[in-house]
Design a protein around this ligand. Structure first.
Ligand code: AMP
Length: 282
């Protein structure tokens, strides 16, 4: 596996591969790799000739009071995992490489970026869209892979790619979960043993939503209310950012559940902000 740290070298490498007619599959990450990342890498390996992953903890997608500084970083372990997974190129740029002195261009995907997590993290998706656009220009992938764990992110990236005519196909893959249902996340490392136990509440609340809808409940507000009730009952110390039932395309809140909806939850347990979601069909 090749490790490329320079932006220029990554561009040049991608250009050569494209000229050779090779298909580039790309998985952008912030590192602290886990099985969720691996499912994206494995899919990329099946569908493309060259698999590139990036590890970049993107400072501009973190708010001033968020966890940028303590976000888990473990390059040597990630390198080992990526190599074992059959990654061809690990792109590991520096912050200076991505945002050199004088950098001042940002991408805002309007509307979609203010909903759900965007309401609580006002500059987050601008940071995400900007770095992903830059990474697409550098890595020049044919296909890029994202996880439905960050459902809103995928919707925003798809919109950006369409709006800016970026020649890349976006694929999104299902959420990989721990045995007890907790969605895998690098941020799960913030949880101590008791908090880890309590974190099951996210998936449990989503399962409750599914049962309610399957049982005929069509009022979104009633489903959200029950979810919040069970969260408060079982984990009273959890701080809920939102429990929302939205249209999976527009991310607009729905009042009646008439077709497929996205049920999404974000809450804090201790110092960890955890998110999860589930698509529920009627
Ligand atoms: P991150 O390193 O957290 O920025 O995630 C990099 C990519 O992996 C994003 O597209 C995430 O949506 C995806 N991802 C993270 N966790 C999971 C998971 N549990 N299942 C599937 N994809 C995931």
């Amino acid at each position: 596996m090749k490790v490329i740290r320079s932006v220029k070298e990554m561009c040049a490498y991608a250009q050569v591969k494209r000229r050779e007619g090779k298909k580039i599959g790309f998985v952008p990450t912030m590192g602290a790799l886990h099985s969720g990342h691996l499912s994206l890498i494995n899919k990329a390996r099946k569908e493309s000739d060259v698999v590139v992953i990036s590890i970049f903890v993107n400072p501009i997608q973190f708010g001033p009071k968020e966890d940028f500084r303590r976000y888990p970083r473990n390059f040597s372990e990630d390198r080992r995992i990526a190599e074992k997974a059959g990654v061809d190129v690990l792109f590991f740029p520096s912050t200076q490489g991505i945002y050199p002195q004088g950098y001042c261009t940002y991408i805002r995907v309007e509307g979609l970026s203010n909903k759900l997590c965007g309401a609580f993290r006002p500059t987050h998706f601008q940071g995400v869209a900007t770095v992903v656009a830059k990474l697409f220009n550098i890595v020049q992938p044919d296909i890029a892979y994202f996880g439905q764990k960050d459902f809103q992110q995928v919707v925003i990236i798809k919109r950006m790619v369409e709006d800016l005519n970026i020649p890349v196909k976006i694929k999104s893959l299902p959420i990989v979960r721990e045995k007890d249902g907790l969605a895998m996340s690098s941020r799960n490392r913030y949880l101590n043993k008791q908090e880890r136990e309590k974190a099951r509440i996210l998936f449990q609340s989503l399962q409750l939503a599914r049962r309610l809808v399957e049982g005929g409940e069509r009022r979104a507000e009633a489903v959200a209310r029950q979810m919040k009730r069970v969260i408060r009952e079982r984990v009273p110390e959890a701080r809920i950012d939102y429990v929302s039932i939205v249209d999976p395309k527009s991310l607009e809140e729905v009042s009646k559940i008439k077709k497929k909806v996205l049920v999404a939850v974000a809450l804090w347990i201790g110092k960890a902000r955890l998110i999860d979601n589930m698509l529920i069909k009627v």
